[in-house]
Write a protein that binds this ligand. Sequence first.
Ligand code: HAM
Length: 416
Amino acid sequence: MKKQISAIKGTKDVLPREARKWQHVEAVTKRVLELYAYKEIRTPVFEATELFEKGTGQTTDIVIKEMYTFKDKAGRSLTLRPEYTPSVARSIIENRLYLQPDPLRFYYIGPMFRYDKPQKGRYRQFHQVDIEVFGEEDPALDAEIVEMANYLLRELKVSATENLVNSVGCKKCRPSYIKDLRSRAEEVKRDLCPDCKRKVDLNPLRIFDCKIETCREAAKNFPRITDYLCQECEDHFNRFCEYLAFYGIKYKVEPRLVRGIDYYTKTTFEVVSSKLGAQNALIGGGRYDDMMEDFGGPDLCAIGFAMGLERLISVVPFTEEKGEFLYLVHLGDESKRAGMKAVQFLRREGVECLIEYKERSIKSQMSRANKLGAAWVLIIGEEEVKEKKYKLKNMASGLQVEGTQGEILKIIRESS
Ligand code: HAM
């Protein structure tokens, strides 16, 4: 036996039946995002490693442990994007999109790569729906984004979700919080895992991302960032919450929701699902008002979110509507040729057709059409070829009629 080659750990094939569900989710998502005036933007799958080191942040688990980084043949360090936000920011600056009058609202659906520990809801190649908006400071936008996320989930019939919100402050107010957080973390350092021990010096905020029980327990007694917000950040957060209430959106303030990425400022939020188990975040996002300037671009504030498609798809209810299709039954070479022409004609007229080229008896082709769930069978035997009149059978009613190509098309059209 020859050795089989398997898919890489942490990656997943989406087989045709499941792909239908993906197509459904993607179609609904695009429709909703376009209702909110988002436009698609596509950037390359790999970027300079530096982009994520600078954007996602040097102290994040993503950059420290999870990037697929490699050298290309010219010795450049490249990375398969672990997230989309830095790529969009780079593209806007590089293409000077901010000089155009169009609203800076973007979306993208595609694969991301993280060398994470594979488990349910966590993959090494996974897919995100990502949205980003630039240049709007008003917390009304933050609320609109959460409202849109909720509307999208409703359109996809996803239930049992909860909105968690927080503010992580800004450059002005965060340093004094970090100082107090660090000294509190120092006091309990011996109870922390080796990773978190390092985080005390590096960036104590990242201790909140740790999933280890003893670290989570310790973090419960850490100071809350919401007690340290400057006036501007506090006003922004209060107004954000007021707008959520104005939309009638339920939310819970979660002061430990700092999210695992360094760039956030002010608003952070997540939509979690009680149906997902340990990896319960369906959507995560927030403001990142400093990235554009840090990337050498204009001083443009920004906000966005990303939604994990594998996780989303696992909670979307979906029953596939059976597509109507015609199965062509043929016998012998001439009949096959006539069949090839007939399905070519019907396909051009918008009828889904399947012709298979194995030599089988009429009976076995009929039973195959039945098994595959064909709505119609078109039978072209020797006689039918001579007379140029084909037999059409409606598989549901069992009714059979005879006609030319054009007559057959008319019958199919009239019945749908
Ligand atoms: P994130 O929280 O790292 O944020 O990821 C967003 C979502 O992607 C998660 O809530 C989850 O649904 C999904 N996800 C993340 N990692 C995995 C994985 N290994 N396997 C399966 N699904 C996963 C970001 O990526 C930010 N770029 C979001 C953002 C956009 N913030 C502002 N703009």
